[in-house]
Design a protein around this ligand. Structure first.
Ligand code: NAD
Length: 254
């Protein structure tokens, strides 16, 4: 008996699935039996590698290029996913960017980029997919916040603001959609070993400093976050609505 159900004969759309947490999530969902539309925006080779990994483990997936912050791309991503799989039961909004620097150094375009991709991208994807889920009276939406949305974080006001925004957005959307059989939640990871933060871990000294910030004494893996996302996307998590689930190696309690 499987501990978690709700993946077989289901379809997922994972944004930012070409690498990092999105890639790990796409691979895991496919392994669990879900057909996965893997969205990516650049780096075709990384996206192809995700697809190769899914197929080599016997999973079903296809790649779909597009920018989640552009309405026309979002419409096309959703249309092509529906043409390919005739359903979107699980939406995982992993696409994201980060920004650094104090407020004096931050340009308006830095601010706009973080808000546009992290927040508006999440809004546009949810808005496009919700009618499809409502028709089926079934859906799981997992958005991506961050420790930086819950605490001050280590990056910038624009990143923190965008990730805190995702939490507020998720709470409100969850209440709107729960009566339609759609569960909406978000996850807030601490430092996870991906390209997004690789520069912070590039030197042994930098890596040690970051590791010591976590009571577990290490950085998280994309697979660990993917497991949490998969749980929230499972049938068994249906009583969890509008939550931000933290996954940060004890940063809050250490
Ligand atoms: N790595 C961490 O420590 C960490 C911690 C907390 C939250 N997060 C969040 O997790 C998510 C995944 O990040 P990651 O760590 O895997 O980093 P990553 O940089 O490896 O992955 C982000 C992905 O989003 C894609 N993307 C960026 N802009 C896009 C757009 N406009 N349209 C479509 N795709 C776009 C990128 O191409 C990339 O594939 C992000 O939302 C990030 O903010 C990461």
């Amino acid at each position: 008996m499987n501990f978690l159900t709700g993946f077989k004969d289901r379809t997922a759309l994972v944004t930012g699935g070409g690498r990092g947490i999105g890639r790990a999530t796409s691979i895991l969902l496919a392994q669990l039996g879900t057909k996965v539309a893997v969205n990516y925006v650049s780096n075709d080779n990384a996206a192809k590698q995700t697809l190769i990994e899914i197929k080599s483990r016997g999973g079903e997936a296809f790649l779909i290029k597009g920018d989640v912050s552009k309405q026309e791309d979002v419409d096309r991503i959703v249309k092509e996913t529906m043409e390919q799989y005739q359903a979107i039961d699980i939406l995982v909004n992993c696409a994201g960017v980060i920004g650094y620097g104090a407020i004096e150094e931050a340009s308006k375009s830095d601010w706009d980029r973080n808000i546009r991709i992290n927040m508006t991208g999440t809004f546009l994807m949810c808005k496009a997919v919700v009618p499809i889920m409502k028709m089926k009276h079934y859906g799981k939406i997992v958005n991506m916040s961050s420790l930086a949305g819950v605490t001050a974080g280590m990056s910038s006001v624009h990143y923190s603001a965008s990730k805190a925004g995702v939490m507020g957005f998720t709470r409100r959307l969850a209440v709107e959609l729960a009566p339609y059989g759609i569960a909406t939640n978000c996850v807030a990871p601490g430092m996870i070993e991906t390209d997004m933060v690789s520069h912070r871990l590039a030197t042994l000294e930098g890596r040690k400093r970051v590791e010591q910030m976590h009571p577990v004494g290490r950085i998280g893996s994309p697979h660990e976050v993917a497991c949490l996302i998969a749980y929230l996307a499972s049938q068994e998590a249906g009583f969890i609505i509008g939550e931000t689930v933290n996954i940060n190696g004890g940063r809050f309690v250490g």
